[in-house]
Design a binder for this molecule. Structure first.
Ligand code: ZN
Length: 244
């Protein structure tokens, strides 16, 4: 089974379409949350996710757009964008996002968490110390996370609490080892933050136990134009050019 793993789409439908094109045929799609917020096409993205994704999480920005968590938790630009995204969402799409959880175990092998298994709504896994503390909060060999918009592989050995981090490059194929556990971030689809402006995603091959890290170029200008046309903060449009 080939699974397309998507994180942090952030209402960037051009990026989402480019990723789906680049991924080729897959058997399933799993989404790590933050489908909306920041970007200009929240309803298009939620509609796509509802149609295609077999397992979908809710992220902190989704919850901000829904009003479930206070917008005071976000910086000024994110707040403006989340407020606008929230106003755009159709009642049906609001209901769908409201029904989701920030963490879910999809099968015996894989758990999904938006931020981290320890704190699925808010924690950013930015170092091995934080990642090591999360291995005790899920039971499967593999967990995919989003939230930081930066691709990373955290590897934990079974016998001790040690954890190492690897930054995957485009096209890297990780062979999962049976005596190790992993927390993996595929990077962000709609607002990459690792200095590469291309949309990031991963392909998980359950039979061969591999995870392939990929990037897809998309029409950034199109997303930026839609953002500015809708009065979203300029800085949020500008950052897409730099992958920051
Ligand atoms: Zn996000």
């Amino acid at each position: 089974m080939a699974v397309l793993i998507l994180g942090d789409i952030h209402a960037n439908f051009s990026a989402l379409e480019a990723v789906f094109d680049a991924a080729g045929p897959v058997d399933a799609v799993w989404c790590l949350g933050d489908t909306v917020g920041y970007g200009p096409q929240p309803n298009e993205c939620v509609r796509w996710v509802r149609e295609h994704s077999a397992a979908t999480l809710v992220g902190n920005h989704d919850l901000g757009c829904l009003g479930t968590i206070s917008l005071s938790n976000f910086n000024r630009e994110a707040r403006i964008a989340n407020e606008w995204n929230g106003e755009q969402l159709t009642p049906e799409h609001r209901e769908f996002l409201t029904s989701l959880t920030p963490m879910a175990q999809v099968n015996d092998e894989v758990t999904l968490a938006h931020g981290s298994p320890r704190d699925p709504v808010w924690e950013y896994l930015l170092d091995t110390e934080a990642a090591a503390a999360s291995f005790g909060h899920f039971t499967t060999p593999l967990c995919f996370v989003g939230h930081t918009h930066q691709p990373v592989i955290y590897t934990g050995a079974e016998e001790d609490g040690e954890c190492s981090a690897t930054i995957p490059t485009d096209q890297l194929v990780l062979k999962l080892q049976s005596n190790k556990r992993y927390i993996i971030n595929p990077g962000g689809v709609g607002q990459p933050r690792d200095g590469d402006a291309r949309a990031a995603f991963a392909l998980y091959d359950a039979e061969n136990r591999t995870v392939t890290f990929r990037r897809a170029a998309y029409n950034i200008r199109r997303t930026q134009t839609l953002m500015l046309d809708n009065g979203l903060p300029e800085i949020l449009a500008a950052r897409l050019s730099f992958g920051l």
